[in-house]
Design a protein around this ligand. Structure first.
Ligand code: ADP
Length: 251
């Protein structure tokens, strides 16, 4: 079997009578930074839930880190950050340090004490996302963009091989979105972390990702970032079912 972080073969999925995914074939190679785009209701979240084992497809097969999903147990090797991550209210009683330590409980266990090495891991993860100076701040008092970085740190502390991010930049302003993509780009290059990023951003992300898939019930596009940027606006409009303007921002 070829080496892949995620491999999906002939996946079909319906909610009752409503078909949402039709014949999805997808392979994410180690070290890839894949952007997933597509219209609202195109099935992106459903596909993520299938990859995370939260929904079972009607047919097809799934391998995670070269193992069939049914026997796969090492879920701490797959990190997940959802768009709802940054919704702590101001009074939430946990520090940044505590939130990131929660990422270790899968490994360490709830009732064990953290070792000195674990504490160092938490600080290292905070350094990777440039939030080390906020370790003792209350999570609820940070901006949405800062909270997102803390959630990435919480995933990184368990040393995942793949990080899946579901529209993590919703409600984050343009400068912070760019910083966020740069952070992901750096983690991908420096730590060889494989990434699957679900995003509404059809333009700016192409500067950072290596591969793009475009999902609207089926995979309408699956290729390298450069091939995606060479699609015409007409090609994209067909996929989206409405006119799409590509805005590529320089950084
Ligand atoms: P996306 O993430 O691309 O916006 P979703 O995977 O959330 O797409 O949704 C795909 C389709 O499935 C949509 O038409 C949505 O209304 C429908 N859907 C999503 N979740 C459910 C559910 N739990 N029950 C029934 N239909 C659902």
């Amino acid at each position: 079997m070829s080496d892949s972080v995620i491999s999906l073969k002939d996946i079909h999925f319906s909610y009752g009578q409503k078909e949402v995914l039709n014949n999805i074939n997808l392979s994410i190679k180690p070290g890839a930074f894949m952007g997933m785009v597509g219209p609202n209701g195109g099935g992106k979240t459903t596909l993520i839930k299938i990859i995370l084992g939260l929904l079972k497809p009607d047919s097809g097969s799934i391998s995670i880190l070269n193992e069939p999903i049914d026997s796969f147990k090492n879920w701490n090797r797959i990190g997940f950050v959802s768009q709802k991550a940054s919704s702590f209210n101001k009074g939430f009683p946990a520090t940044v340090y505590e939130v990131v330590s929660m990422g270790l409980t899968a490994k360490v266990g709830y009732f064990k004490f953290f070792s000195k090495k674990d504490k160092e891991k938490v600080m290292e993860a905070l350094q990777l996302v440039d939030m080390q100076d906020y370790a003792h701040h209350n999570i609820g008092q940070l901006s949405g963009g800062q909270q997102q970085r803390v959630f990435i740190a919480r995933s990184l502390v368990a040393d995942p091989e793949l990080l899946i991010l579901d529209e993590p930049t919703v409600g984050v302003d343009y400068d912070n979105v760019r910083r966020f993509y740069e952070l992901l780009y750096r983690l991908n290059k420096e730590k060889n972390l494989s990434l699957l990023l679900v995003t509404h951003d059809t333009g700016a992300m192409t500067k950072y990702v290596t591969d793009v898939i475009c999902l609207n019930k089926t995979l309408h596009f699956h290729g390298k970032s450069e091939e995606y940027t060479s699609l015409s606006e007409q090609d994209l409009s067909k996929i989206y079912g409405h006119p799409v303007q590509i805005v590529v921002h320089d950084h």
